[in-house]
Design a binder for this molecule. Sequence first.
Ligand SMILES: [Cu+2]
Length: 224
Amino acid sequence: MHHENDARTGLPGRCLPPIVDSIDRTSIKEDSLKTLPIAALALVLAAPAYAGDIHGHVTCTGMRDNADAVVYVDEIPGKTFPAPTEHALVDQKDMQFQPHVMVVQVGTTVDFLNSDALLHNVFSPDKCADKFNLGSWAQGKKRSYTFKKPCAATLLCNVHPEMEGFVVAVPTPYHAVTDKSGAFTIKDVPDGSYTVKVWHPKLSETSRTVAVSGDTQADFELKK
Ligand SMILES: [Cu+2]
């Protein structure tokens, strides 16, 4: 064991995190272990095997623009993901659900905020969202609902029938919504072969297998 002081902490080398002691020293030359900065070594040890972004373009045929298509990696056999602790937020502002379409991982709690100076309501007619009805609440306040299963939930307001929004709950953390140009990026997907699905409020769902190997391009076209 070396007892030189760590340049960053000034602590003796033996106080380094225990992960350093778990290195298989037969596979790393003693010399490189001495010279490789500890921070870099920790990064190497923490990095997943290989991963990349799935990016591409969705054409929404017949729509005004290519926004609001939800692109996501469907259930991965044998793999589960812990429910996110961070809440998502849908705002009711200027008489609209904002964002109009939001995607979350199953298990996510969505906070619904009323930013208008009048009463709104939030309910969903969809069974996969328990047909929830959160009631009505004043400006600046919020109420929550946790999406427990995969669901493309329509959001409605029983005060203003013209208001409509969507929360799409999907099985993995690998998801994105297209911008007006149709562009999307799903960040940090581990290399592998996946079923990628695309959902849109007004167009037919589509899906296909995408083989991810580092940054990977995948384009889709949706029709009625
Ligand atoms: Cu309303």
